[in-house]
Design a protein around this ligand. Structure first.
Ligand code: UGA
Length: 430
């Protein structure tokens, strides 16, 4: 059993605190936000993540997890420090590593003896591992890069059953000690150097973003030639060289990771004079998905102003209340900019979009609407009764931007249905 500090009580930090405590370790969680910690201390999350509050509560009840805002307390006697702080995007697309650097400085100032191994989990600018070595040069603190691959909405499952654990360090002994923490999970552990680990994280997210934009680009072609995008994605998935996942056509990718990382990779390629066009195109295709809905509405109605539009879903994906870089939010903002009367429902998001009305049920969003748009594929939207929606709406435009409904049934009911290459046409005929 080890004593472990976790710096950053965000999605990754809290998941690791709860997960490592379940594996028997004693955890101290540090965050500069005292209010956030007060909530966590009561076993309450400040974000939405299925199963995590229960795991956290169990760890707290067993006295394996404590919280503090002070480095001196957090680092006292610990063998490992996980750094899980955020790295937002700067205006030029690169990653802002100021929180990480400040965490490293604080760790250097407050680390005890024997010195801990610092494990970086944040997505960082390539070279951060080497920069950390310089920061800790006059100390015996060792640095290991251990990028995180968990997805929001399935963080607990991803902690206990990761498809790989990537550990990068120049120091083989430090890497081995960190690997030992994860051995009870019985998952594949890859040992490498820190630069490879850092690039692998960016490459992984860039590839996922590319897969999504690839599928979305094909949806455009499929639409024109009358091919079915879901059949197309399924067929692609069956080839192990392509692999399943991240091929579902829709409104595009959002969240705090994929958009940020594709921008970081583009910026990195530009910096080294390498081909950046692929990464730029991935982002462009992603933005176009929203534009195609606006175009569809304009073609159908001539103008959007004054139309009442219900939007189902605001989070960037289901099972989270996270709206960072959410394509659903961007779509609502565009509709508001077109002076539509927008009514939004999301099962978990409590924040509102300026200019739009927030309602508490899907049916309320559909009431008297000229068009209804599914922007996030929350499971509850799949089971909505289309006939009932038809009865409550005043118009008949149904935009299934996540492919959750049966296109044939929607048309039978008299809807003008559009869903990126799912048998509809961007020109509004069906
Ligand atoms: C992503 C990666 O999947 C994780 O492996 C990684 O650890 C994480 O970023 C991170 O860097 O922290 P996440 O952002 O939680 O995880 O979400 P994803 O499930 O990858 O979905 C991202 C976006 O792509 C969502 O907006 C989703 O709706 C969209 N998406 C996903 C599609 O449009 N089509 C798909 O087929 C899959």
């Amino acid at each position: 059993m080890a004593d472990i500090a976790i710096v950053g009580a965000g999605h990754v930090g809290v998941t690791y605190a709860a997960g490592l405590a379940a594996l028997g370790h004693r955890i101290r969680v540090l965050d500069i936000d005292g209010a956030r910690l007060a909530k966590l201390r009561r076993g309450k999350l400040w974000f939405f993540e299925p199963g995590l509050a229960e795991l956290l509560t169990r760890g707290i009840a067993r006295r394996r997890i404590s919280f503090t805002t002070r480095y001196r307390i957090a680092l006292k006697g610990v063998q490992f420090v996980f750094v899980c702080v955020s790295t937002p995007t700067t205006p030029d697309g690169s990653l802002d590593d100021s929180s990480i650097r400040s965490a490293f400085d604080q760790i250097k100032a407050h680390a005890g003896n024997p010195p801990p191994i610092v494990i970086n989990k944040s997505t960082v600018p390539v070279g951060t591992g080497d920069a950390a070595l310089q920061i800790f040069a006059q100390t015996d603190i060792k640095v290991v890069s251990n990028p995180e691959f968990l997805s929001e909405g399935r963080a607990v499952e991803d902690f206990f059953r990761p498809n790989r654990i990537l550990i990068g360090s120049r120091d083989r002994e430090a890497a081995r000690l960190v690997a030992n923490l994860f051995r009870p999970l019985h998952r594949r552990i890859v040992l490498t150097d820190s630069a490879t680990a850092e690039v692998a994280k960016l490459a992984s997210n860039a590839f996922l973003a590319t897969k999504i934009s690839f599928a979305n680009a094909f949806a455009r072609i499929a639409e024109e030639v009358g091919a079915d995008v879901d059949e197309l994605s399924r067929t692609l998935s069956l080839d192990p060289r392509i692999g399943p996942g991240h091929l579902t056509v829709g409104l595009g990718f959002g969240g705090s990771c994929l958009p940020k990382d594709i921008a970081a990779v583009e910026q990195l390629a530009r910096r080294f004079g390498a081909s950046y066009e692929l990464f730029a195109a991935v982002a462009t295709i992603n933005r176009e998905q929203r534009r195609r809905i606006i175009d569809f509405l304009l073609k159908t109605w001539g103008a959007i102003a004054g139309r009442r539009i219900g939007v189902l879903g605001l989070s960037f994906k289901p099972n989270t209340d996270d709206t960072r870089e959410s394509p659903a939010v961007a779509l609502v903002e565009e509709l508001v900019a077109h002076r539509a009367d927008v009514c939004v429902y999301d099962p978990a998001v409590r924040s509102a979009v300026r200019g739009a009305t927030t309602v508490r049920t899907a049916l309320a969003a559909a009431r008297r609407a000229d068009a209804l748009i599914v922007a996030t594929d929350w499971p509850e939207f799949r089971s909505l009764d289309l006939a009932r929606l038809n009865g409550t709406m005043r118009g008949n435009v149904l935009i299934d931007a996540r492919g959750v409904w049966d296109a044939a049934r929607a048309r039978e009911l008299g809807f003008t249905y559009y869903s990126y290459g799912r048998g509809g046409s961007p020109r509004g005929t069906s």
